[in-house]
Every structure is written in C-alpha cells, then in structure tokens.
Design a protein. Sequence first.
Lengths: 283, 283
Amino acid sequence: MENQTIGEKEITMFTEKDQKLKKNMSRIKHKIAIISGKGGVGKSTVAANLAMAFALNGHENRVGILDVDIHGPCIPKLLGVKGKTCPISPIGALPVTGPKGIKVVSMDFLIQNQETPVIWRGPLKMQAIRQFLSDFMWGELDFLFIDAPPGTGDESLSVMQLIPDMDGTIIVTIPSEVSEDVVKKAVSFSRQMKIPVIGVVENMSGYTCPKCGEKVNILGAGGGKRIAEELNVPFLGQIPIDPNICEKADKGETFINGNLDSSSVKAFKEIVRKVQDFLSSKK
Amino acid sequence: MENQTIGEKEITMFTEKDQKLKKNMSRIKHKIAIISGKGGVGKSTVAANLAMAFALNGHENRVGILDVDIHGPCIPKLLGVKGKTCPISPIGALPVTGPKGIKVVSMDFLIQNQETPVIWRGPLKMQAIRQFLSDFMWGELDFLFIDAPPGTGDESLSVMQLIPDMDGTIIVTIPSEVSEDVVKKAVSFSRQMKIPVIGVVENMSGYTCPKCGEKVNILGAGGGKRIAEELNVPFLGQIPIDPNICEKADKGETFINGNLDSSSVKAFKEIVRKVQDFLSSKK
C-alpha cells in the first residue's frame, strides 16, 4: 500500500516537472537547434552569432541560448560571459545575461574548476538538460537557440525529445568529404525526430590569403552544398575561413557585429536572412 | 530457486565476457587512446596516421585501430576501407584489413545505409564498445590505437574502464583559446582515470600561403603548447594546416607516407618518435 503511494507521488512529481518544462518553453516563440554529426565544425560559433544577429535586429533582451554541450561547453567563452554564475532567485535559477541581453544557460556556469571534466553518462546528462529547460527562468523570449554537442547520442536526443514544437534544425558542416558522411546522418536524425531542417551551413569554406589574395580550399570544397542538394534540404550559405572569427571568439566577441565589408560577415547575414524567411513562411 | 539459477547463469556469462575481453586485449602489446575534449580537432587523422606510421616502421600486419566514435565514425574513410564489412568466422568477427595490414573495427562497417544515424543512448554504446574489444578477433598485435569521440562521456569512459593496462593517452587540440579550456578537461579526465598522458598534439597550427609564403595563425597560436606547459604534460608537436592532409583524407589515404619534405610530414614524424620514446622508457 505504502509502495503504491510513493509511486503516485513520483508520478505527480514527474508530471509537475513536465508541465513546468512545457510552460517554460511555451513562453518562447521560436526554438531552433544547431546540430551537426561532426565536432569542431563551428556549431557554437554559428549559434552565438545567430543569437547576436537576432538580438541586434530588433530582439534585444529577447534572445536565449542554451549550451547543451555538457563535456565541452563553449558558448560562455564565445559571448564573453565565462566565469559568471547563474543568479538564484526564490522562483528558480536565472540565466546569465550576456551582451545585448542574450540569456545564456550552460554547464560551464555550474562547474567550479574549469579544468574539471564532467564525467557523466547519459541518464545524468538527460536530467541536466531537463533542468536547463524547466528549472531556469528563461522568461518571455522571441528566440531560443540550442547549441547541441556533436553526434546523435544522449544530448541531442534529449533536446529533441524534451523541447515541444521546435521550429527546426540548422545543420553545420565543413566542406570536406570526410565530414559529409557524418553530417548526412544529422539530416536523417532531424527527419527521424520529425523536426524540419531549416538548412545546411557550410563553415570554414575556403581561405583567401590576406597578402596575395590566393584562395585555397584548405578543407576541400562544396561538401555542404552537395549534401543539401543530395538530401533535398535548403542550403543556407558558405562562411569562409577567417582568422578574425577565431580571434574574436578568443576575445569573447561575436564576429557578426564586426567589419561589414568582410566576406564572412556578408555570408553570415545572408544566412540570418534565410532563417528569418523560413520562420516567416511558417506563419 | 529458478530466479537464482538465472542470476548465476547471468553472472557466469558476464564473467566469461570479461575474461574474453581481457584475454583478447592481453595479446596486444601497446594500447594508446587518442582523446580530446573538443570535436573536429583531427583526432581521427592523428590516429590513422599514427597507425600507418607504426605499420610502415617495422610493424606491418601488427597494428590495429578501434574507431569508438559510434555516431560519426571516420576511420574507415581515412584508411580507404569505407563500405567494407567485417568478415565473420566461426570463432568471432574479424576486423577489416586496411593498408599495410592495419586491422580496423568501426561502427561504420556494421551499418547498412551510410545516411542512417546511430541514435543510441549510453548503455547501448557501452555494450557495443565491449563487443568491439571482446568479440572481434584482433589477434596478436604490437599496437592498438583507440580513436575516441570528443568529450568525457559514455564512450570515452567505457574505453578507459574496459581496456586493461592502457599505455597512455594522446591528447589532440587546435591552437585556439576556446579549445584550450575544453582540452584541459581531457588532461584531467586522463589523470582521474589514472592513465598516463603521453602528450599533447597541437593540430591545425598555422597556415602558410603556397603562393606568397605568408604565414597566418588562422586558428590562433600556441594553445596546445600552453596547455602542456601549464598542466605539466609533454608537448609532442605542432602539425601545420595543410590542404594536402584534407585532400589525402578525402581520398582515403594517410599523409604520413606522402611528401617527405612537407612540414606536416616532418612534424608528424617527430610526434611518432616521441611516442616511441615514451613506450621505450616505460620498459
């Protein structure tokens, strides 16, 4: 008899948590996940700059970014809020507020020592992600960008299953053939999860020598475009290799609000426009 | 009573499996894991080229490589054995044999459709890794290189826990500050698992324009060296950005057996020498 009562309590607790998550997420208009089958393709850079682009474009204080990379969170560093901690209020934890009022939640804010690895298996990660979504007071937002870690494992799966009515996924890749195979899996993953693919971004696409203007496709060429055509998903654009992007990232700054004439900024603005078009066409 | 019998059977089965794994692994002299806190830093490229370097250097047919990246396996593509399947013999499955007799086991050989993502949570991945180690007939080998996926989650943890007497880890990073933080975690992870750090490799370190000779640190500079000094682990060397590495990779070839005058080949040979020194000093 007592066992049954405990069971019921547990069920109530779970339902309450789910309802809290749903309620929390229902106050956010658009939810977009940035995914990739492969690591190191610049997912976090794309996520941080998308957040900044929308914040600068009429959505100041109304953009959030969730860093789901439990083992290697990069978003705080990229937005210049590394080392901060999430303020705790009586109603729950608050995201850290970054530049232009971007709200950031990341595992990075919860670990004391930066060198300490988070050695967690899947179930613990799922629980952490659930808390990021339900126990943090995101407030009313126009956009939430979710920076998922590489692969189609626990974290990506949890995000896709936990967030109701996700608008779509943006798939980031680099032009090499090696990454092509892996990124194709990300497209299939999104489809299996029944979440629309907003499009593919080809990052690190070609490098032009600043001295002589010689262009070299260091990491191959056209892989992202090929995938998009082959799998019949929109192609959002190519971002060239630009030392400025890495330099800015190391300083904790986004590059989108930098030099308007640079080809990487131009390419990124075009990507932002296509994401906006996708969202408008949904209405 | 019956329950107890099943329990005992299960225990016997598990012990048998563990013993099989131990026996299988005891026939391999050196086991080295290539790890990194961050994705896309070239872990697989380093693993494939290390395997080739040792195979070319007196260990033909006596080198193995285990691709533990369940979601984004790259090793088969890098060694030109993509699309092959593991031969099954009465005593177990056999690794695919690559160039210079390198024995390869990868999830890639077990999936039918290349676009299908492996959407698995942790426990299933642990089981797969266990089988790679115990149910594949690796035979007698001098070296087994283990290419782990990024992060300190299920896969890396499973590898470290399952493989007895691992010689050490090689940690791969890129020079940017953003990756520095993440890679530090890999060093701590290795230490917590009580596995010696053989050293840190700084990949994609600087790019020299083939036309005018201008050198640009596209992804920053010196991050790997800084980490090594700061954390008091050996620094193995810097591999410059080289379009040839990517081109070769896309063709399914290693770069280590290419042009001897190229700075990337020279740098890599130096890394191989340091790994050899580490292994000799252990005896």
